[in-house]
Design a protein around this ligand. Structure first.
Ligand code: G3P
Ligand code: MG
Length: 250
């Protein structure tokens, strides 16, 4: 089952804007996108921020671990200059503000729970609880296609998310399908499998679909490959190349 958009902008605006920023979401919207994937982790004070790396230095100016900084300190840092001078001063988003921005603009969210190592359970619980609060009306009304989809490579984080907010759906992210993928996905009560398209086979895709799960691939940047994956029964995917692959491509 897949009640969601089929093509998502990876990390907000793909590689056309700084990842995991509001500027990225705006860039995605300019390209017609109304669905994104992004990454969330907890700062030292337990407040979630939109970031991919647990260490500063690549996209955020500074050094050190996200786990050693409070969210407002992170939010004051520059997450745009690395991409280009036009984005200087673009902040690290606080998760709640970022999600509110997306919701207000009708942008559907695949929220990847990306815990700082060792903080899996608390990250899953906090993010799920906040998502449930933000979408309480949609959940109560059964508008499943509007409620965000949580995903994570961390089964611990997903189990904690389920415990904290069972009605926010979850997807299990796995680089490749292990032999025991199905019982593991069922144990998490996951609605979908999210996987690296380069490790997926047509037969693996068929197995996931036959078992009744949604199937989502990351990160697909060639139009021909998008066609092939959808031909295999893949339900959705994210792309960095929002310039080459429009949201209604397929
Ligand atoms: O959620 C899919 C994809 O984003 C997982 O890999 O490293 O880009 O977060 P990564
Ligand atoms: Mg991600």
């Amino acid at each position: 089952m897949w009640s969601y958009p089929r093509i998502l902008a990876h990390r907000g605006g793909g590689t056309l804007a700084p990842e995991n920023t509001v500027a990225g979401v705006r860039r995605g919207m300019d390209a017609g996108y109304r669905a994104i994937e992004f990454d969330v982790m907890l700062a030292r004070d337990g407040v979630p921020v939109v970031l991919h790396d647990p260490e500063l230095g690549r996209t955020v100016a500074g050094t050190g671990s996200v786990a050693d900084m409070d969210a407002l300190d992170l939010a004051a840092r520059d997450a745009g200059s690395w991409f280009g001078p036009d984005y200087e001063g673009e902040p690290v988003p606080l998760f709640v503000e970022f999600a509110q921005y997306c919701k207000a603009h009708g942008v559907w969210m695949n929220i990847e729970i990306k815990p700082v190592p060792g903080h899996d359970a608390e990250t899953g619980a906090v993010v799920a609880r906040l998502a449930a609060a933000l979408f309480a009306d949609e959940i109560a009304a059964g508008r499943v296609g509007q409620v965000p989809l949580l995903s994570s490579f961390s089964e611990t984080a997903l189990a904690a998310a389920r415990e904290a907010a069972p009605r926010v759906p979850r997807a299990w992210l796995t680089e490749a399908l292990p032999p025991d993928w199905e019982p593991r996905a069922r144990a998490l009560d996951a609605v979908a499998i999210h996987t690296d398209h380069t490790r997926l086979t047509a037969s693996g895709a068929a197995q996931v679909k036959a078992a009744g799960f949604g199937l989502f691939c990351y990160t697909v940047n060639a139009p021909a490959r998008v066609r092939e994956l959808f031909g295999w029964g893949v339900d959705g995917l994210c792309t960095d190349r929002i310039d080459l692959i429009p949201p209604d491509f397929f």
